[in-house]
Each structure stands twice: as C-alpha cells, then as structure tokens.
Design a protein around this ligand. Structure first.
Ligand code: SAM
Ligand code: DTB
Ligand code: SF4
Length: 340
C-alpha cells in the first residue's frame, strides 16, 4: 500500500501550529470545526503537545464537590435531577450547617483534594443565603484549600461579596451551544449566563465554565460551545467537560449515548483552544472505562472530581481513582495555596 507522502499531507503545517500552546482568543468557528474533523491521532498529538507547553503532563488537579443545598430548584434544566419540575429520587435538603460543611471539606482535604466546590440548587442566592455561603467560603479557605462555589446566577455585587469572603473560583456553565440551549432550559437565557460570567470575572474571581455533552447536540453545537469559551476576552481558568449523567425522571433520561471517542475529541479540542486552562474530566466518569479516561488524560484533561459523590449522583470510589492514577503514573497537582 502506498502511504500519502508527508509533504503532500495538506494539514501537516497547520497541525504543527497547533502544538505550540499559543494562547489565542481569536479562533474562528471554522478553525474549531476543522479541529473536530482531524484524524484522531493527529488531534491527540496536537492536544498532548499543546498540553505539555503549559502543564506537567503527569499531574491532575483534584477537586471534591459537596451539595450544600440539594433539590427543590425552580429552574427547568432538563438534565438535572434537582429541578422541582421532575420526579426523581433526589430529596430536598435545606442549606447545610457551617460545621457540617467544614467537616466534609476537612475530610476531602485529608483524602487529597486541593479544591472544595460547594453547589447549591438555586436559581440565584438570596442575601441571607449568600451570607451563609460566605461564612462557608471563609472557613474552607482557612483549611488551606482552594474554594469554588456554584450557586446559580449572580449580580455583580454578589460576586464582589464572594470575592471578599475569599472565594477563588465560581462555576457557572454555558452547558451547550446558544442554539441547542433553548431545547434544554427555558427558565433562563444564554445571555443570563454570559452576564453572570461577566459579573464573576469583573469581581476578580476565577471563572470555571464548561458544558455537558450527550444532550442530543451535534458536533456543530460542541464546536460552538468551545468556540464561545475560547473567544472570551480571557479563557476560563477551569473548563469542566461533563458527560450527561442520565437520571430517571429527568427529560434527558434515555438520550442516545455519545461515542466515547467523540467525548475524547471534545476534551482534545478544548485543550488545544484553551491550552493554559485546566480542562476537567467532570461528571460521567462512572460510565467510562479506565481506558477511556486514560485517553481523556492523553487528550489533555488535567482535573477531576474525586470522592464517591458528585452533587447527587455517583462518582468513582476514591480508592478506584487512586488505583487508576497509580496505573497511569499520574500525581495529584500540588495545591496553589500550599505552593505559595
Ligand atoms: N444551580 C446552579 C446552576 O445551575 O447554576 C449550580 C448547580 S448545577 C447542578 C451545576 C452544573 O452541573 C450545571 O450547570 C450542569 O452543567 C451540571 N450538571 C447538572 N446535572 C448534570 C447531569 N445530570 N449530568 C452532567 N452534568 C450535570
Ligand atoms: C460541573 O461542571 N459539574 C459538576 C459541577 N460543575 C458543579 C456537577 C455535576 C453534577 C452531576 C449530577 C449530579 O450529581 O447531580
Ligand atoms: Fe437548578 Fe442548577 Fe439543576 Fe438547573 S442545574 S435545575 S439551576 S440545580
């Protein structure tokens, strides 16, 4: 069989440009689509090369999630078991007590997590609720952990209060492309999400923003989501890529599963577009083989949620993850608060 001569390979020089790890905010949608169209090996080569320009390729950042206020949410996100509109097994629990949150954070730290992410099933926090969250942020910071919160939409003043309390990251996902979004959520708009992200960034908080795949979107939707993230004035410091966790009772339960290699492509394209950001292999790892996760790390994922629970659904057991990391020679990334 005659191979294609290297010199004639049309994408060779374009591919080399992708390996440099240059941080760009001017990607075109066509460029993003072309990345998705690359042969798998070329894509993974470029992603891993870009990754190495900015990160230790054998280190993964470890975050632990805690749902500090669970269920009963008025929003209609059709993937979410915490919406009051869908009948799921999730209980409605009030906001947790400060001491209980601190105990969970300490336990997560003892198990090796460096970031503690507190999630609340709200459309947006009320003033009294934000005061209570601020107290949690202060207490978790005092443990020497990085803090993250995801509480729904924020006004600029609320973002400033969280910053004042010592919050490091705020998670607020775009979830999908602007055009697919309307099929997933009707109670808040894409623009609401962009406004919250602007408030978060303007307050000096680090942005954690990504999306979900496996919600019936096509490749163009995935390209558009990543294009929106990668053309922000500043890339989000943390980009969670979630695979839909299908939960009985939610409208998206029963959605067609995506090809695992397409999930890996999503990670690789995110890595190339935002080479200096942490890309989190986020929800959905319970449904992924070790081999698929290894490919995600090769594609440039360098953060995970650690601990047997996400917010309301299962995550791999901590010892299972430790074993996987040992098999791959992956070390936990040191905490930025301890490095200083
Ligand atoms: N209520 C707040 C909000 O939505 O802004 C914060 C918590 S919410 C659960 C945080 C994110 O979790 C969502 O934006 C979505 O991306 C992700 N998420 C929720 N349910 C999920 C599921 N079943 N599978 C994958 N990701 C999910
Ligand atoms: C993110 O992108 N994924 C996390 C976190 N940010 C808040 C949430 C995943 C939730 C999965 C469904 C659940 O456990 O309820
Ligand atoms: Fe509520 Fe957040 Fe779930 Fe949407 S994703 S229903 S806002 S908890």
């Amino acid at each position: 069989m005659h191979g294609t001569p290297q010199a004639e390979y049309p994408q060779r020089s374009a591919l080399a440009a992708l390996t440099t790890g240059e941080v760009r905010n001017n990607w075109t949608l066509d460029e993003v689509r072309a990345l998705f169209a690359l042969p798998f090996n070329d894509l993974l080569f470029a992603a891993q090369s870009a990754h190495r320009q900015h990160f230790d390729p054998n280190a993964v950042q470890i975050s632990t999630l805690l749902s500090v206020k669970t269920g009963g949410c008025p929003e209609d996100c059709s993937y979410c078991p915490q919406s009051i509109r869908y009948e799921t097994d999730v209980n409605n629990d009030p906001l947790m007590e400060l001491q209980a949150v601190v105990e969970q954070a300490r336990a997560a730290k003892d198990r090796g997590a460096t970031r503690f992410c507190m999630g609340a099933a709200w459309r947006s926090p009320k003033p009294r609720q934000l005061e209570q969250i601020n107290a949690m942020v202060e207490a978790v910071s005092e443990l020497g952990m990085e803090t993250c919160a995801t509480l729904g939409m924020l006004q600029p003043e609320q973002a400033r209060q969280l910053k004042q309390a010592g919050l490091d990251y705020y998670n607020h996902n775009l979830d999908t492309s602007a055009r697919h979004y309307e099929k997933i959520i009707t109670t808040r708009t894409y623009q609401h999400r962009l406004d919250t992200l602007a408030a978060v960034r303007d307050a000096g908080l680090k942005v954690c923003c990504g999306g979900i795949v496996g919600m019936g979107e096509d490749e163009l939707d995935r390209a558009e989501l990543l294009h929106t993230l990668a053309t922000m004035a500043e890339h989000p410091g943390s980009v969670p890529i979630n695979q839909l966790v299908q939960v009985e009772g939610t409208p998206l339960d029963g959605s067609a599963a995506i090809d695992p290699l397409d999930f890996v492509r999503m990670i690789a394209v995110a890595r190339i577009l935002m080479p200096a950001s942490h890309v989190r292999l986020s929800a959905g790892r319970e449904d992924m083989s070790d081999e698929m996760q290894a490919l995600c790390f090769l594609a440039g994922a360098n953060s995970i949620f650690y601990g047997e629970k996400l917010l309301t659904t299962a995550n791999p057991a901590a010892d299972q993850d430790r074993q996987l990391m040992t098999r791959l020679g992956i070390q936990p990334e040191p905490c930025s608060k301890q490095r200083a």
